[in-house]
Ligand binder design. Structure first.
Ligand code: C2E
Ligand code: CA
Ligand code: CA
Ligand code: CA
Length: 279
């Protein structure tokens, strides 16, 4: 009995307190992060398998706070979504990604820029004017910008503003990618009901590829369905040569993952492309 009392004490008090106070610290620091310029975008290349060219990049948000250190997006984005901070933060992400894309275009590097969008951002009326303003300000062809949405974000399509936003994105000619496909709230209906151009197969499937038949069959079927619907496919989380070879044999057009590159700061990405002789 003594021993389990001990365990309980150790389990409840310090650990729980620590995670609660960390959450409060994160919340407070997050409110000032934009003002203090603590955000940065890194970019992960998307590689087309038939010619090995970088055809796209996904912009991923990084937050460094002097007190908290580097806080991973999985920790702060859910908090930002809850308290609404994701709206100004998401707008900063869109603007910074567009600015970077314009700078790259000047240098002759022309990837599709993929930006992650939160459900909250789809529910605002401002998305249309924001996108239009950015495309104009940075002189970008709308087709060179793509928004990544998870199934969770489009789940709420009974919400009239969500439908409206998706229609507006399509009308502008901005691309739409369905992110993390196959996790959580999957429904094949999303593929037919909404104007997605790209299907991103979640890394959990890709990473299970070598060993398990069922994932192999599922990924093969998803690639075939997407092709038939005229959608592009990006396989996420490719880490090994073995996964790559399997995806190649399944005629997966585009892959993204640590095997090719981690997300990189803009200069590092450019340096790497120069070494590969692209652009
Ligand atoms: P996501 O959109 O699914 O982004 C892909 C995540 O997988 C990124 O994590 C990326 O660094 C990681 N990744 C890429 N290749 C590999 C690989 O080969 N193996 C493994 N294990 N992981 C790989 P990250 O950057 O930590 O972002 C996590 C999530 O945070 C993102 O998942 C996305 O949901 C969210 N997020 C990131 N930036 C933004 C943003 O600007 N806005 C919004 N709303 N969400 C964002
Ligand atoms: Ca994404
Ligand atoms: Ca994803
Ligand atoms: Ca994810």
């Amino acid at each position: 009995a003594r021993e389990s009392d001990d365990t309980r004490y150790r389990f409840f008090t310090p650990a729980l307190n620590e995670s609660l106070s960390r959450r409060i610290l994160v919340e407070q620091a997050l409110r000032q992060a934009l003002g203090y310029n603590e955000f940065q975008l890194v970019y992960q290349p998307q590689v087309k398998l038939d010619d090995n060219q970088v055809v796209g990049v996904e912009a991923l948000l990084r937050w460094y706070n002097p007190k908290l250190g580097q806080v991973p997006p999985d920790q702060f984005i859910p908090i930002a979504e809850e308290d609404g901070q994701i709206l100004p933060i998401g707008l900063w992400v869109l603007e910074e990604a567009c600015r970077q894309l314009a700078a790259w275009r000047e240098l002759g590097f022309n990837p599709v820029m993929s930006v992650n969008l939160s459900a909250r951002q789809l529910r605002t009326h401002e998305l249309h004017t924001q996108l239009q303003r950015l495309l104009e300000k940075y002189q970008l062809p709308s087709g060179q910008l793509e928004l990544e949405l998870t199934e969770r974000a489009v789940l709420d399509t009974s919400h009239p503003q969500v439908r409206q936003s998706l229609a507006v994105v399509e009308e502008l000619g901005v691309g739409l990618a369905l992110d993390d496909f196959g996790t959580g709230y999957s429904s094949l209906r999303y593929l037919t009901e909404h104007p997605f151009n790209v299907l991103k197969i979640d890394k959990s499937f890709v990473q299970a590829l070598p060993e398990r038949d069922r994932e192999y069959t599922l990924v093969a079927a998803l690639i075939a369905i997407a092709h038939k619907l005229g959608m592009d496919v990006v396989a996420e989380g490719v880490e090994t040569a073995e996964q790559l070879a399997i995806l190649q044999s399944l005629q997966c057009p585009v892959v993204q993952g640590y095997y090719f590159s981690r997300p990189l700061a803009p200069d590092d990405l450019l340096a790497r492309l120069e070494r590969r002789g692209q652009h």
